[in-house]
Ligand binder design. Structure first.
Ligand code: GLN
Length: 546
């Protein structure tokens, strides 16, 4: 890479503490630069030893986001794709486990030809190699690389070292941004800068000086405090950007621009904006702020016992998807999370669902609360409440239909009941073998697969296309032996895999129900602020029509 248009790299690191929005900051920097006319790509590096995020419990760790390639990643990748409105390639997510496993496997295969294989050089080179591959695949002008965790942790040091080495290689093309936190302790009543000063010093101890500080706090950082940090740490005070708490994450890019973020970045690299910024984005944010009609939507599922905070993390893509489709139709969703177990033990009654405008059953695994979910779906079907089922929400909708309309007594998914007389949902051929070998990591049917839609169905109308592609994450599927019987009973399989074997979408005819549709895939992974997902939009439209 030579000459004027050399690739630019921005590394985003966290200071002081985690959970202050490093992922959103990274996404927002990307959104702003993209809106200035640059091609942007966002990479996330997580310090875990897990080879991918697929084996991590969503209640503890948040949603597992699936890329087109099928890689199971941290939920930050979902934010990246939503903010940039484009897909990220497989190279754009890495963990310590992934890199170490690759290097160690290569060493075992004599891939280093007898050399001593070391963390610094071989691991850092592997990280830099992946960055280079990502750059060539995305044709990006800017790569923004978020280093998971906080400065000072032992675990993310190798990524910092790789970043430092890249800066030595391309001195003028690398920038370091630190997302820091400045508390305003109640007892003191003023914003304190010392923690940030110390975090910067800690970053210095790795041989890295930040060029930009994103100052997260309850309120905007003032000029005096910017000066303090500038003096103590040698960061230009203009490059300290105020990032106060705000209501919606989608306002963050606009807020960053208020304090001149892109100007500072472009100045650092001696670049000029290519176009006027954030036009579409501002339109979306203003729509979201003005949306009036309230939609009360019940989300019935199983991972809902741990309080609001964790919840929203486990299903973040579903929540965002329903927001986008609502905002563009001048509505605001109010989601209520209902633990399906409460329908089983009598704490709540499914008849309460009549007070909701719609029902969503999202993805899930295992047997807890399944009968409660099936009862909820039955109620929505019988009382014509708009229904959207996602993955498990499709499989259980088909089970419900088989039991109560198809008259197949005891019908079930074999995930829950391996002895059922009617295994409506069976295991996919290649999955049986994997489970018997305890091969759980990255072994489901994952990532993008095409489907063919039937004309005249809800699905076809929503997509306005006959062939679609959506992302998957499942081991079980509608048992092909039952397709004909279910269709005769009135269920429509409106989306099938191109070979006609796998059911991808099930729905009820318009004449029978205003909107009852469920997908084997996860449409939520492709919903974005600037291109809301057609199925979520059709669901919202059906609710508004009612
Ligand atoms: N447990 C089901 C399966 O593995 C559904 C998975 C999901 O909802 N993501 O097929």
């Amino acid at each position: 890479m030579r000459g004027k248009n050399r690739h630019k790299y921005i590394f985003v690191v966290g200071g002081v503490m985690s959970g202050v929005g490093k992922g959103i900051a990274t996404s927002s920097i990307g959104t702003i630069l993209q809106s200035k006319g640059f091609v942007v790509s966002l990479i996330k590096a997580d310090p875990y030893l897990n080879v991918d995020a697929g084996t991590m419990n969503p209640v503890e760790h948040g949603e597992v986001f699936v890329l087109e390639s099928g890689l199971e990643t941290d939920q930050d990748m979902g934010n990246y794709e939503r903010f940039l409105n484009k897909n990220m390639p497989v190279e754009n997510y890495m963990t310590n486990g992934m890199i170490f496993k690759y290097v160690i496997d290569k060493e075992r295969a004599l891939g280093y030809h007898g050399k001593c294989v070391e963390p610094v050089y071989h691991i850092t080179e592997e990280i830099l190699d992946r960055i280079a591959r990502s750059v060539s695949k995305t044709n990006a002008e800017f790569t923004i690389f978020e280093i998971g965790g906080t400065v000072g942790e032992y675990q993310n040091a190798i990524f910092l070292e790789a970043a430092r080495l890249l800066k030595i290689r391309y001195p003028g093309d690398v920038m370091f941004a630190m997302v820091s936190y400045l508390p305003v302790p109640g007892s003191v009543g003023e914003m304190k800068t010392k923690l940030t000063q110390n975090a910067i010093r800690q970053l210095n101890s790795y041989g890295i000086q930040p060029d930009l500080i994103i100052a997260r706090s309850e309120v905007p950082i003032d000029a005096r405090r910017k000066e303090k940090i500038a003096l103590a740490n040698g960061v230009s005070s203009e490059n300290i950007i105020a990032a106060p708490d705000i209501k919606s994450i989608y306002e963050v890019p606009i807020n960053f621009e208020r304090d001149g973020l892109s100007e500072r970045i472009l100045k650092h690299f001696n670049l000029r904006p290519k176009q006027k910024d954030l036009v579409e984005w501002r339109k979306f944010v203003s729509k979201s702020q003005r949306a009036k009609k309230k939609l009360r939507i019940a989300v019935v599922g199983k991972y809902f016992d741990t309080g609001d905070f964790v919840l929203s993390d486990a299903y973040v893509s579903v929540i965002e998807a329903i927001k986008f489709s609502s905002y563009w139709q001048d509505a605001t969703p109010e989601l209520e999370w209902i633990n399906s177990k409460h329908y089983e033990n009598g704490k709540r009654k499914v008849s309460e669902l009549k007070d909701y405008d719609g029902l969503i059953v999202p993805g899930g695994f295992g047997s807890t609360g399944v009968e409660g979910i099936i009862e909820a779906i039955r109620f929505a079907r019988e009382h014509k409440i708009p229904y959207l089922g996602l993955c498990y929400g499709m499989q259980l909708a088909v089970v419900e239909f088989a039991r109560h309309v198809g008259k197949l007594k005891g019908a079930h998914t074999i995930e829950v009941d391996s002895e059922t007389p009617h295994p409506i949902i069976g295991i996919m051929g290649e999955q049986k073998d994997k489970l018997s070998k305890s091969n759980y990591g990255g072994s489901m049917r994952l990532g993008a697969y095409p489907a063919i839609l039937k004309k005249g169905t809800h699905a076809h109308k929503a997509y306005n296309s006959q062939i679609i592609s959506e992302r998957h994450r499942h081991r079980y599927e509608v048992n092909p032996e039952y397709i004909e019987r279910l269709e005769q009973a009135g269920l429509i399989f409106s989306g099938m895999s191109p070979d006609g074997k796998l059911c991808e979408i099930a729905e009820l005819p318009k004449e029978v129900h205003p909107f009852f549709l469920a997908t084997q895939f996860h449409p939520e992974f492709k919903a974005r602020p600037l291109s809301p997902h057609p199925l979520f939009s059709a669901f919202v439209k059906a609710i508004l029509k009612k």
